[in-house]
Design a protein around this ligand. Structure first.
Ligand SMILES: Cc1ncc(COP(=O)(O)O)c(C=O)c1O
Length: 379
């Protein structure tokens, strides 16, 4: 099922994203599902959420999925379930959305940043190895932009140093690493279903996936005030439950995720073709053994403002993910890093530019972006 044609303009415009398209496509199904939730009054957790958990676990080929109210909660509970607490260090990337590091801080632990591999924009295993101390408890790689991090390398490091491994797959639903979908490649995985994500709720949403029964059991209790039975609270937990509406909507969209991911990949391939041989524009590389979910398509350019403005003149909207690496954010100033601490992450922040890549783009829009990129690259 493809997206309905949207308003054709005399001049082609290309938004960075268009959340309305998914609703236009699925409106009847979504309204019926929301009605079902209202009629059952299962507004929090309930059968729709339980069914989504089963279906998403099957999609990721993992034993458990625990549905939560955000990706940040998923990372937080994942760390707690893996035994991370005050005094511990967790090694992660500074080139991510701040939620990755915040989850570490919520657990009372310290985020220890390691630099990225400039070729992939993902955490560099060699830098992780150097960041490990006697206090390190876990590694938290992010599958940034939907591109799988090098999980074999991280698993080997984790085994050698007796560390836990938590994936941040907030941007990578359906991405494949060496033929396996992300979500079951470490001890646990956090997903986000924020409305802009590849698999998107109509509001906040997240999930923790794991093959470990104890991690799942902890997360199920922790999301619901540490409840082990009705009004029996085994420990101080949280209100991190998924809403019934979100479960119902996510089930509908999950059925399309494979097709939508393939569309993102096809668009990315078109952009790569357009930029082949360009001396001024760099693109993170894809490992031929893996499949990025292309949550975002980013390029690296020496003069970002000029490139963004040239694209804007052609009606193409761009964004920046992310301008300031986490070690230079005021929120993490207390860690004592400075400009130059993680040069590859800093260089990425200065040069990165996100180009529209979402499944509802028309072929005409994709061609317009590709030819505009080709023109700009040739300058
Ligand atoms: C890499 C990454 N990690 C974590 C999160 C947090 O997810 P959420 O916004 O659902 O809390 C996001 C998205 O916002 C993200 O992009």
């Amino acid at each position: 099922m493809s997206f309905p044609p949207h308003a054709a303009n005399a001049t082609i415009t290309v938004p960075h994203n268009n959340l309305r398209l998914e609703y236009d496509l699925l409106r009847d199904e979504i309204r019926e599902a929301l009605d079902r939730v209202c009629l059952s009054s299962a507004f929090v957790l309930g059968e729709e959420v339980a069914a989504f958990e089963r279906e998403f676990a099957a999609f990721c080929s993992v034993k458990h999925c625990v549905a939560l109210n955000s990706g940040t909660s998923a990372l937080h509970l994942g760390l707690l379930a893996l035994g991370v607490g005050p005094g511990d260090e967790v090694v992660t990337t500074p080139n991510t959305f701040i939620a990755t590091a915040e989850a570490i801080s919520y657990a009372g632990a310290v985020p220890v940043f390691a630099d990225i591999d400039p070729r992939t924009a993902n955490l560099d295993p060699a830098c992780v190895e150097r960041a490990i101390t006697s206090r390190t408890k876990a590694i938290l790689p992010v599958h940034l932009y939907g591109r799988p991090a090098d999980m074999d390398a991280f698993r080997a490091i984790a085994q050698a140093h007796n560390l836990k491994l938590l994936e941040d797959a907030a941007q990578a639903h359906g991405a494949q690493y060496r033929g396996r979908r992300v979500g079951a490649l470490g001890n646990a995985t956090g997903f986000s279903f924020y409305p802009t994500k590849n698999l998107a709720a109509a509001g906040e949403g997240g999930a923790l996936t794991t093959d470990d029964d104890r991690v799942a059991e902890f997360a199920r209790a922790a999301r619901n005030h540490g409840q082990s039975g009705r009004y029996a609270h085994a420990f101080v937990g949280f209100n991190y439950r998924m809403e019934g509406f979100q479960g119902a909507i996510l089930r509908i969209k999950l059925k399309r995720l494979k097709e939508w991911t393939a569309r993102r990949q096809a668009i990315a391939a078109e952009y790569r073709r357009a930029l082949q041989g360009s001396a001024h524009i760099e693109i993170p590389i894809d490992d031929a053994r893996d499949a990025s979910a292309y949550h975002l398509f980013v390029i690296y350019v020496p003069d970002r403002a000029a490139t963004a403005s040239a694209l804007a003149q052609r009606g193409i909207e761009t964004a920046v993910h992310y301008p300031t690496p986490l070690h230079l954010q005021p929120a993490y100033a207390h860690l004592g890093h400075r400009q130059g601490s993680f040069p590859h992450a800093e260089r990425a922040g200065q040069r990165v530019l996100s180009i529209p890549v979402f499944p509802g783009l028309t072929d005409e829009q994709v061609q317009h972006v590709a030819s505009s990129l080709r023109e700009i690259a040739a300058r």
